[in-house]
Design a protein around this ligand. Structure first.
Ligand SMILES: [Zn+2]
Ligand SMILES: [Zn+2]
Length: 278
């Protein structure tokens, strides 16, 4: 079994209206590419901030700018007009756990992908509200990011912890802390281990300035040791991103002795043997 669960049906650009991308023809384009690449378990996880209902959770100005679509229309489209698994990529917003729980529990997902894109009001992976503009040091940014990641895992809101070391996304374009990075991973480990959340191995970092898998080998090794199941995804924003450089991800999993992947339906998790089915 190969999975791709953290998938977006459209790019993160302006002028990508739901009406144009949430269509059976577009879903079919994704399904066709996935089939070519041996990915049997395919699901979508649109960004929560693209839906007006997210503003009941958080009124960050960046969310206000993007929140235009109806979340229930998205769910109905995926369920009624496609054969894709239904997921969502939901942010962890500290202090707003109850509100996010209300949004999530009101819909019947196959899985919820939990992400840390912000530390407090500042963004980790985009240049508006850039956390690096006001940071006093790389250590501070990384510490805040991994503390928040651990809280996200511990919140119990999510089935899969997305792109677990996203803070490195900019690569050489932003400072990187010196020395052994495990002192940062450690900040998230208790939350990850205690929650039992599945850890996403994402090839999206290979398409970003950092040019690495998320998470780093040392971080994933710790999670595997702690008993975390692995969820494999590409974070595709186009059909052609599906299964992007999975060879590299599979090599890493093999080297860590991981032989099974997490598979989800109705927010129930099971493990399936890893491997392509063409
Ligand atoms: Zn994300
Ligand atoms: Zn994503």
């Amino acid at each position: 079994m190969l999975t791709d669960y953290h998938v977006h049906l459209r790019p993160d650009d302006e002028d990508t209206p739901a009406a144009e991308y949430f269509t059976p023809a577009n879903a079919e384009r994704y399904r066709a590419v996935a089939a070519e690449r041996g990915i049997a378990e395919l699901g979508v996880a649109e960004h929560v901030h693209r839906f007006v209902q997210c503003l009941d959770v958080w009124q960050h100005p960046w969310w206000q700018r993007w929140a235009t679509d109806d979340i229930d229309a998205y769910c109905a489209f995926v369920r009624e007009e496609t054969d894709l698994r239904l997921g969502i990529e939901a942010d962890f917003v500290p202090g707003r756990e109850d509100r996010m729980a209300n949004l999530l529990e009101a819909r019947e997902w196959d899985y919820v992908v939990g992400s840390v894109h912000f530390v407090a009001q500042d963004a980790v992976d985009h240049e508006d509200f850039d956390v690096w503009d006001r940071a006093s040091s790389a250590d501070e940014v990384w510490r805040r990011y991994f503390q928040t990641l651990g809280e996200a895992a511990r919140s119990g809101l999510f089935d899969i912890l997305a792109h677990p070391d996203l803070v490195k996304v900019w690569g050489a374009d932003r400072p990187r802390p010196d020395g052994d990075l495990r002192r940062f991973y450690e900040l998230a480990m208790d939350g990850i281990a205690e929650s039992g959340i599945a850890i996403e191995l994402s090839t999206a970092g290979l398409r970003k300035p950092v040019g690495e898998l998320y998470p780093a080998r040392e971080f994933l090794a710790w999670c595997v040791e702690a008993g975390s199941p692995v969820a494999l995804s590409s974070d595709a924003h186009l059909p052609d991103h599906l299964g992007y450089r999975y060879d590299q991800a599979l090599e890493l999993l093999d080297s860590l002795g991981v032989t099974e992947l997490a598979v989800f339906a109705g927010r129930e998790r099971r493990l399936e043997p890893l491997g392509a089915t063409v």
